[in-house]
Design a protein around this ligand. Structure first.
Ligand code: SF4
Length: 332
C-alpha cells in the first residue's frame, strides 16, 4: 500500500512505561497534551470535507508520539472508535499508529485489525540489546523481532523506526541493526539521527562529558550507507532526520540536526558514485547526465560535491535529463 499523507494526531508520551534517554516528545511533536476525542473528530471531519475522494483514499489517520497500544485500553479504543466514521470506501484508507515492540500481542492486534488499523510503526531504535539497555528502552531485540513477526502475521503493514548515534552505539552496531532490519523487511522505515534535546537524560550525559554525539559529517556518512542499503532492498525510507520546525530548533542542545538532513545523505551517495566513476579516469572536465529531479543532489548542498571533486582535479558540468533513471549517472 502506498499512502501519501497522514492526518497526524500526537499523543505525547502516552503509554510510555519509562522515559527513554533521548526522548522529549513534547518538543519533537510540538504538542503538550493529547487531543480530546472531539478534537480528533472535528479535525477528521474538516479534512474529510476539504479533500477529494482520491486524496482521502491516499490518506491515513495517524496516532504518533507515544506508545499507542500501551495506553489505557478504553482510551485506545476510544481514539480508534471516534475515527471509524471517516474510514471506508468514501473515506480515508485506514489508521496508522506508532508503538513500542513490547506492547504488541494477539489481543491488541485483534483489536487493531477490527478497527481498521492498516499500518503499525514499531519504535525499534536499535537491534542491539546493549544499546537498548543503555538508553533505557525497556524492551529487547527478541521482543522487537517477535512483534514484527506478529504484525506481519495479521497482515498489517509494518513500519520500523531506528536511531543513529545513540549513547553506547558503535557505527558497526548501526550497520548490524540495518542488516537485521533488511532481513525483517518492513514496508517503511524512519531513520532518526540522534539530536540532544533539552530536558532529556542524554542532555545530562552530554553536559557531563559522558556522551559525545557523532559529528554531522559522521552522521551523514553513516545514514547515507543506511539509505542506500534500504533503497537497494526495496524498503521505503519515509523519513531521514527530524522534521524541521523553528520551535523545536530552539530546544536542540547538540547532535545530528540539519533541516535538509536527507538531502545531504542523498548528495553523499552521489558523491561516492561519482568518485567511483572517476577512479579509473584522468583528471579533467566532464559532463554528467542525471535525472532532472536529481541535479541539485548531485551538485550537493552549496555545490559541495562539485567543489570536492574540483579539489581532486575533476571539473563537472551536471545536466538534467528526464530519460536517465533516478540514481543513475551518465558520463559524457
Ligand atoms: S521513545 Fe517512544 S517509548 Fe520512549 S519515551 Fe519516547 S515516545 Fe515513549
Amino acid at each position: 500500500m502506498s499512502i501519501h499523507s497522514n492526518i497526524a494526531f500526537f499523543i505525547p508520551h502516552m503509554g510510555c512505561k519509562n522515559l527513554c534517554s533521548f526522548c522529549n516528545q513534547n518538543i519533537i511533536s510540538g504538542s503538550i497534551t493529547a487531543p480530546s476525542f472531539d478534537e480528533v473528530k472535528s479535525t477528521c471531519r474538516k479534512e474529510y470535507n476539504r479533500m477529494t475522494l482520491n486524496q482521502r483514499r491516499n490518506t491515513q489517520i495517524a496516532f504518533f508520539g507515544g506508545s499507542f497500544t500501551a495506553i489505557n485500553r478504553e482510551l485506545m479504543i476510544g481514539y480508534l472508535d471516534c475515527v471509524q466514521e471517516f474510514i471506508g470506501s468514501d473515506g480515508f484508507s485506514g489508521i496508522r499508529i506508532s508503538t513500542r515492540p513490547d506492547a504488541i500481542n494477539d489481543e491488541i492486534l485483534c483489536i487493531l485489525k477490527e478497527k481498521y488499523v492498516t499500518s503499525v510503526e514499531l519504535g525499534a531504535q536499535s537491534m542491539d540489546d546493549y544499546v537498548l539497555r543503555k538508553n533505557l528502552r525497556g524492551h529487547t531485540v527478541a521482543q522487537t523481532e517477535q512483534a514484527c513477526r506478529k504484525i506481519l502475521e495479521y497482515d498489517i503493514e509494518l513500519g520500523m523506526q531506528i536511531m543513529v548515534g545513540l549513547p553506547g552505539q558503535s557505527k558497526q552496531s548501526v550497520i548490524n541493526t540495518a542488516r537485521k532490519i533488511v532481513d525483517i523487511h518492513p514496508a517503511t522505515i524512519r531513520i532518526y539521527p540522534v539530536v540532544v534535546f533539552k530536558g532529556t537524560l542524554i542532555e545530562r550525559w552530554y553536559n557531563s562529558g559522558q556522551y559525545t554525539p557523532l559529528t554531522l559529517g559522521e552522521g551523514i556518512d553513516l545514514c547515507s550507507k543506511l539509505l542506500e542499503l534500504f533503497n537497494d532492498n526495496g524498503i521505503n525510507v519515509i523519513r531521514l532526520g527530524l522534521h524541521a520546525q523553528k520551535t523545536m530548533e530552539e530546544d536542540i542542545v547538540a547532535g545530528l540536526y540539519h533541516p535538509a538532513f536527507k538531502e545531504l545523505c542523498e548528495s553523499k551517495i552521489y558523491l561516492n558514485k561519482l568518485r567511483h566513476l572517476f577512479k579509473t579516469l584522468k583528471a579533467g572536465s566532464y559532463k554528467i547526465l542525471v535525472n532532472s529531479s536529481e541535479v541539485s543532489k548531485v551538485v550537493g548542498h552549496r555545490k559541495s560535491n562539485i567543489k570536492i571533486l574540483q579539489d581532486e582535479g575533476y571539473f563537472l558540468r551536471v545536466v538534467g535529463d528526464h530519460s536517465i533513471d533516478i540514481g543513475d549517472l551518465k558520463l559524457i
